[in-house]
Design a protein around this ligand. Sequence first.
Ligand SMILES: [Zn+2]
Length: 233
Amino acid sequence: MTSLKKQTTRILDWFFPSFCVQCETPVNTHVGICQYCLTDLPLLDLNKHPNLLYRPDIAELFPDCQFNNLVACAWYRPPFDGWLSQLKFSNQIFYKNVLQQIITQQLSTVKARCEIWPELFIIIPLHRERFIQRGYNQVAQTWGDCLNNEDVKLDYLHRHKKTDAQSSLTKAKRVKNLQDAFICHQNLAGKTVAIIDDVMTTGATLNAATVALKKAGAKQVWAFVTCLTPLGR
Ligand SMILES: [Zn+2]
């Protein structure tokens, strides 16, 4: 951290003290959760399973994955589901901070365990109309800062038709809703690329994105998500 940034942080801490989302002890600005509570969170064990598709219960829940590797931070359960929806609908900064601490920790665990690593990171795009309605893409907002040292692309994948909100549909309808939903105009021949989303419910969105990226030549597609729903099908 530069000395100017350090000073600014100190001043912000003085005027706007931050508190841990779990135990409410004071924490530095840019931090959402204290180190003790972070250690206590029920995160998925990526040290044991750096590719969650090889974890038997997850392979059974999501049998149709088109992508080669799955990395998720946690199950979509309390407290993570609450933090994600608070961020999505009220855009509160301390939920972004806590999610970024979790993502950074999980990314470094996986990176240390993997011999190959994606060359490009592509954030799943919202449809333009939904982006305008909400005013921001919460996936880009949370993951963007955690991928400072990676090659992040925001314009490699496009939604070329408006899809209905996935949460209101059954699994079969979700797949149909998403057929050819994405397009990639880049040449990704031979590349290992990562796609990033916040919640994986059935995997239909990530599968549709994977199909588009493989059509563009990608050798491997890895999916990175903040949370996995325990419901699967
Ligand atoms: Zn705490």
